[in-house]
Design a binder for this molecule. Structure first.
Ligand SMILES: [Zn+2]
Length: 427
């Protein structure tokens, strides 16, 4: 026993002795960039960002930040740094190519999380369809060695044929460790039946008993008002049938509810009726297999979409969705970037950049679109350790050649992405 204590003391002494030398190991200082930190602050010119063991240790002007001795210095003068993008509504699931059921397994999920990360999307809130392997990856990500996107999970999209069945399903997801409860209140343009309102209320009640926020898929203005009255927490799609009105705006403002537009989800429903412009964008092409583009460009497929009533309805309602984003943004509502990427032809990584561009086209400033995709998105999904570049947060960020706050299309100029301070590897 005494020997054991002596060994422990010896080890402790050893650690004390070497700790000054170890303190700066794993410290990297990025020096000279303009830093967009994801908060309300203006971009900081000639800034320094110091990351130690995955965590941000200091951020500030070069004149005010002392570089820890022994820190590895990365010269990023003339470049731009912004926080890793957070997709507040995505899906990391079974998609392979254009097959929505290609396989839900660890390998496929990791492939998607790496793809997101290469595009600078360092966190994905997977809102439904999540199984065991997704929960395991969520649990593993609190590590300084992480170099792929973080994932948060909702479990199944809750359905049930009785209030009890719905409460049971909420409990199953909660028991697995879900971060959110996801529910749909939609009739898919009249094709299906909506969840009944008492069932929905039971779901919110049970989710809140389990202390989980409820993210709601919806389409109609009326359902948005109802879900707010029922105390559901996150509006996970745009209101698309009608312009938002005073009643809705005051309900959203009173409850401080976040609004996730998923505008590119709408685009994905109709855009393949012809060959989209982005099929020629190198930033898209670098990650997409030619066979997928070929398949989406076949005349039969394009004419099927051109003739689809639902696709054409979503297309016709997109301007309403965009106007609503602009209105709510101008009213001070918290808008969080989300895309609903993951299902076939909703391209993970690329669509998040398109979403920010569409948010700007809806009336947001580029800097506010970036905030909506970083600090505000983190806030909306309740994750306090990501989203902004401040001491104590994970070192998740991108280095860009051109200023995205000046022109949101410059988000395509990402040169390198870091997660927990680790460079995300090229494929
Ligand atoms: Zn979704």
């Amino acid at each position: 026993m005494r020997r054991a204590i002596t060994s422990v003391l010896a080890l402790f002494g050893f650690l004390l002795f070497v700790s000054p030398a170890l303190a700066n190991e794993g410290t990297v200082a990025f020096v000279g960039a303009t830093i967009i930190d994801g908060t309300d602050a203006a971009p900081l010119e000639d800034g320094v960002l110091v990351v130690t063991d995955g965590w941000i240790r200091a951020v500030g002007p070069r004149s005010e930040v002392t570089l820890p001795s022994g820190a590895q210095v990365v010269d990023v003068s003339g470049k731009y740094i912004m926080p890793g993008l957070i997709n507040a509504h995505g899906h990391v699931g079974a998609t392979v190519g254009l097959n929505g059921n290609g396989g839900y397994d660890r390998g496929n999920l990791l492939r998607q999380l790496s793809l997101y990360a290469r595009y600078g999307v360092t966190t994905v809130n997977s809102l439904g369809g999540d199984q065991e392997a997704g929960f395991v990856l969520r649990n593993e990500q609190f590590s300084k060695d992480l170099d792929r996107a973080r994932i948060y999970v909702a479990g199944s999209v809750v359905v049930g044929d009785s209030e009890q069945a719905i409460r049971d399903e909420v409990n199953r997801n909660a028991d697995m460790g879900a971060d959110f409860i996801k529910v749909r209140i939609d009739d898919n343009l009249g094709a299906t039946q909506k969840m009944s309102r008492p069932f929905f209320e039971a779901l919110v009640d049970q989710a809140h008993i389990r202390r989980l926020p409820v993210a709601v898929h919806l389409y109609y203005l009326d359902d948005a008002k109802f879900m707010l009255d029922a105390n559901a927490d996150i509006i996970a799609h745009s209101i698309r049938d009608l312009p938002v009105d005073r009643e809705l705006i005051s309900k959203v403002a009173e409850s401080d509810t976040c609004y996730i537009p998923t505008l590119t989800r709408e685009v994905s429903t109709f855009v393949y009726e012809s060959v989209p412009d982005f099929f020629e964008d190198p930033y898209f092409l670098k990650e997409v297999e030619p066979a997928i583009i070929e398949e989406l460009s076949t005349p039969e497929r394009m004419s099927r979409i051109a003739g689809s009533r639902s696709a054409q309805t979503y297309k016709a309602q997109l301007p309403t969705a965009m106007d609503n984003v602009g209105t709510l943004y101008n009213e001070g509502v918290r808008v969080a970037m989300g895309t609903d990427t993951g299902p076939p032809a909703r391209f993970q990584g690329y669509f998040e950049h398109m979403e920010m561009h569409m948010m700007v086209n809806s009336g947001m400033t580029p800097l506010d679109a970036i905030r909506a995709s970083t600090g505000i998105a983190a806030d909306c999904i309740g994750m306090g350790d990501i989203g902004t570049l401040e001491p104590g947060k994970w070192g998740d960020f991108s280095v860009l050649a051109d200023n995205p706050a000046e022109d949101i299309r410059n988000s395509h100029s990402i040169e390198s992405v870091y997660v927990a301070g680790n460079l995300v590897p090229a494929e």
